[in-house]
Design a protein around this ligand. Structure first.
Ligand code: GLV
Ligand code: MG
Length: 348
């Protein structure tokens, strides 16, 4: 680890100063699109108004013979659109692939000022982040990029999970992490071919009754990893995300998986299909009743200390902090989706 005194120094002469406080943005869904497909690029202006983050995917799901077209397509869409307060991200190829270096060099040298975050797949340890950190600083300096490009790691190898805390601490460029359940399942030799979500055989059998009559309760296969990722991120001020949910035909299961992640502390998830945008909005926008109740806690405890009773429930310094998290998130969401503001009670 770098010395504390050096942690926030730019890694190249002329590179922008790393952020000390990460920019606060609503990121309920990171919407994946394939930039080599012209028809999809044509939909980017519409997407910008619908989603919180547009991500041009260069990695898995892009055929090997389309990798360069995807990179070119991403540069074109970055140049041709004004993203306003919608995030522009790209998922580059893995560092050991034949494409990663050109992905990074070409994108930063052409549209480095437009890209907010680079999502880095298959991160095994802090060394991967340190490499990208240094390379980005050199490129930012050479191309006079004004604001530092952040790094978002995908947690999708067993080694990455073992090193998750060191990854989170590796650089002031760290934005956050997403769970990558498909690659992680393969890396860990889990016995599932699904992309995220539960598995019908993973659960517990209730005690009572005859074996045949005993209730079986399916459990969340990803609970442990999400909790570990959330702790690593939250303790360092980073954002944690659930990743992909592959069964587009099962909206209810997608919503349940997103909701588990939300309740555990994740701020968003990936949307791989347009139908998942609304699911992510619904899940990751705070609940109206919850926001109104949280606002009452803040009102009843103006300095955040002491104890009060509201509707028979005890509130103290700790619940005040929980209420603060919910109200702050609701304010950001309302700024992005103004129709939600009146429901949250923010007008006027
Ligand atoms: C995402 O990249 C995954 O592997 O699930
Ligand atoms: Mg993956």
């Amino acid at each position: 680890m770098r010395l504390p005194a050096n942690f926030y120094k730019p890694l190249a002469v002329g590179a922008p100063q790393p952020f000390r406080e990460l920019p606060v943005r609503v990121e309920r869904m990171i919407h994946f699109m394939p930039p080599h497909v012209e028809k999809m690029r044509a939909k980017v202006p519409e997407l910008i108004s619908q989603v919180d983050v547009v991500l041009g995917n260069l990695e898995d799901a892009i055929p090997a013979d389309q990798k360069e077209n995807a990179r070119r397509g991403f540069i074109e869409m970055a140049r041709d659109n004004d993203f306003g307060d919608t995030g522009l991200w790209t998922r580059v190829n893995a560092l050991n692939s034949p494409w990663a270096l050109d992905d990074i060099v070409e994108i930063v040298s052409t549209v480095g000022d437009k890209v907010d975050v680079i999502m880095l797949p298959k991160v095994d340890g802090p060394w991967d982040i340190c490499y990208l950190d240094q390379l980005l600083a050199q490129l930012e300096a050479r191309h006079e990029v004004k604001k530092p490009i952040l790094i978002h790691a995908i947690l999708e190898t067993a080694e990455g999970v073992a090193n998750v805390e060191a990854i989170a601490s590796a650089s002031p460029r760290m934005h956050g992490m997403s769970l990558g359940p498909a690659d992680l399942a393969a890396s860990r030799r889990m016995k599932t071919t699904r992309v995220g979500g539960g598995h019908p055989s993973y659960g517990v059998l209730a005690d009572e009754g005859e074996a045949a009559a005993r209730a079986f309760y399916q459990q969340d296969l990803w609970h442990y990893t999400i909790a570990k990722m959330v702790d690593a991120c939250a303790s360092r001020g980073l954002s944690a995300f659930y990743g992909p949910f592959g069964d587009f035909s099962d909206a209810a299961a997608c919503e349940a998986q997103f909701r588990n992640a939300f309740l555990q502390g994740c701020v968003g998830a990936w949307s791989l299909h347009p139908s998942q945008i609304a699911i992510a909005k619904k899940v990751f926008s705070p609940d109206v009743e919850e926001v109104r109740f949280a606002a009452r806690i803040l009102e009843a405890m103006p300095d955040g200390s002491g104890a009060v009773m509201i509707d028979g429930k005890m509130q103290d310094d700790a619940t005040w902090k929980q209420a603060r998290v919910i109200v702050d998130l609701a304010r950001q969401v309302a700024a992005k989706d103004p129709d939600l503001a009146p429901a949250y009670g923010f007008q006027g």
